[in-house]
Design a protein around this ligand. Structure first.
Ligand code: GLV
Length: 309
């Protein structure tokens, strides 16, 4: 049995090195080098070329190199019975937690304003709201979202969470299901989108949703660009309903030249760096699943294919 690494557009070297170091006996192929397709039972991938998995008759598991699996599940030619796994990693959660906290603090303490003032050689103090007066709504409160909630609670913010099913998280009021979405949105002074991308959540961040947020609300998107209707965000920031947004993910990455986000004074753009997978820290769970597959044991961090995450 062999493991196939497929990551066009991203150098797979660090992954191959970590796999070899941590499992010297492993037979690894790196796509598209010459390899026997029948031998491959396990693939480790990030943004594979669409449709290729149907050419692997013995493929059993596709492991995502990251927390998201939409780059796999969106392939319409994905064979039915293949299992998909995602990364669940303490370090990724920590990075996500500190990143979102930094964005929120920077927004709430007006750091962009002061940078602008500084460049204009202006001394311009503005009022600010204290952390405990701000309610942050985490839209999609899974593993990563819970770490974000934890960091925010440690910093005195109020936190509420929205998910498909109710969650018991200490000091976080849980909202679940479509019926409770409006009530959740109406209270979110800052909305942090952490939803998985599925056909149900694509374009969820639209005009209608923004209008349910309190006036002056701020949006943070650290999930996927495809959640956001970009024109609707621009309209709602420009008409003053939203105070601004911090976006780490985009429909097209990098965003094109002349994209209105680049120079927008109220929109902060970062290049998809909220939490970046470190091959060395993630490879042990990949190897563990590779071994579980050989031993016919249940896989860890398996995605429910029917719901897509
Ligand atoms: C990054 O976006 C990931 O899904 O890990």
């Amino acid at each position: 049995m062999s493991l196939l690494v497929i990551s066009p557009g991203k150098d797979p070297e660090a992954w191959v090195k970590a796999l070899k170091e941590q499992h010297p006996g492993l037979n690894i192929y790196v796509y598209p080098e010459d390899h026997d397709k029948e031998e491959v039972e396990f693939a480790l991938t990030w943004k594979h070329p669409r449709g290729i998995f149907k050419n692997y008759p013995n493929l059993k598991v596709i492991a995502s190199m990251g927390a998201g699996v939409d780059h796999i599940t969106s392939d319409e030619e994905l064979p039915e019975n293949i299992k998909i796994t995602k990364v669940v990693d303490d370090r990724l959660e920590e990075d996500m937690g500190t990143f979102v906290l930094s964005l929120i603090l920077a927004h709430q303490r007006n750091l962009l304003h002061y940078r602008e003032s500084q460049l204009n050689e202006k001394w311009e103090p503005v009022p600010y709201t204290r952390n405990n007066q701000i309610k942050v709504g985490i839209l999609g409160i899974g593993n990563l979202g819970q770490r974000v909630a934890h960091k925010l609670l440690q910093n005195d913010f109020q936190v509420i969470g929205f998910s498909r099913n109710k969650k018991e998280i200490e000091n976080v009021e849980s909202f679940a299901g479509e019926d409770e979405l409006d009530e959740f949105l109406e209270q979110s002074n800052i909305l942090v989108n952490m939803l998985p991308l599925t056909p149900n959540t694509e374009k969820i961040l639209d005009k209608e949703l923004f209008e349910k947020l309190p006036k002056g609300a701020y949006l943070i998107n650290v999930a996927r660009g495809e959640h956001l209707v970009e024109q609707d965000l621009l309209a709602k920031v420009d008409d003053g309903h939203l105070s601004g947004a911090a976006l780490d993910v985009f429909w097209e990455e990098p965003i094109r030249d002349e994209h209105p986000f680049w120079k927008h004074p109220k929109i902060r753009v970062t290049p998809h760096i909220a939490s970046v997978t470190h091959p060395k820290s993630v490879v042990p769970q990949i190897i563990e699943n590779y071994e579980r597959l050989q031993d016919r044991e249940p896989l860890k961090n398996e995605v429910k294919r029917d719901i897509g995450y």
